[in-house]
Design a protein around this ligand. Structure first.
Ligand SMILES: [Ca+2]
Ligand SMILES: [Ca+2]
Ligand SMILES: [Ca+2]
Length: 231
């Protein structure tokens, strides 16, 4: 029995092990043109269990360099301008590369057939450390962005803050919605009561007016009938 329990624990430990090692991975997407010009389309850091699946035989290579211009990472980029089931060759395609985020990164360079075709400073892209959460920065890899703030990254943490980036899942947003709904119901009820009081108080002004009108009609009728009988 004890051996069976031990085996179950070991299996669970192996299942949970990769989850506990989820690390921020930085994904860069570029538009690659046939004349080998490039432009950044998107940069997105997200936590995952990174597995290097890059194709080890490509003419297009991406290399990361640190502040001392030393190569820290290398990615072979899979690409083809010939798209199956399309009209043939495309003039431009989208290429993406992913690597575990590294705060030492300074520059990302692309080489085609060992010739440099593109270079971009990426340290500021990841975090420019100016205490302003902007551009591609997220709290995942940049201290400029406060946790659970609006930074394009949804943090599913119960921290009494509703992260506006979460469409669903953040229980704090459900609490906020509940408070907001209760406040709305309370405010509607107050408005209704105020309107009722206003309407009622307006009616009170009408009572003496109605009474005066009634008396005036009665007086005219009485005067008219007295004149008639006196004739
Ligand atoms: Ca910033
Ligand atoms: Ca966020
Ligand atoms: Ca939260």
């Amino acid at each position: 029995m004890k051996i069976r329990l031990f085996c179950v624990i070991i299996v669970f430990a192996f299942i949970l092990l990769p989850i506990s090692y989820a690390e921020p991975v930085c994904e860069f997407s570029y538009k690659l043109n046939r004349d080998n010009t490039m432009e950044l389309l998107d940069f997105y850091p997200y936590p995952t269990n990174f597995r290097d699946t890059s194709w080890k035989d490509s003419k297009l290579v991406a290399k990361f360099y640190d502040g001392n211009n030393l190569e820290t990472d290398l990615v072979y980029v899979l690409f083809s301008f010939l798209i199956p089931d399309s009209m043939g060759y495309r003039n431009s395609i989208i290429v993406s590369i992913s690597r575990p985020c590294n705060s030492d990164w300074k520059t990302l360079k692309f080489f085609y057939d060992k010739k440099e075709i593109y270079s971009q400073q990426i340290d500021d892209l990841m975090c420019n450390n100016n205490n302003i959460c902007e551009n591609y920065e997220t709290s995942l890899i940049c201290s400029d962005c406060a946790h659970s703030s609006q930074d394009g990254w949804c943090e599913l943490v119960e921290d009494n803050i509703c992260d506006p980036d979460c469409i669903s899942g953040d229980k704090d947003c459900e609490k906020d919605n509940l408070i907001l709904n209760n406040e709305k119901i309370e405010s509607n009820l107050n408005n209704f009561i105020e309107k009722e009081i206003e309407t009622s108080s307006n009616s009170y002004y009408l009572i003496p007016l109605m009474l005066l009108l009634f008396l005036a009609i009665f007086f005219l009728y009485y005067k008219h009938s007295t004149k008639f009988f006196n004739k």
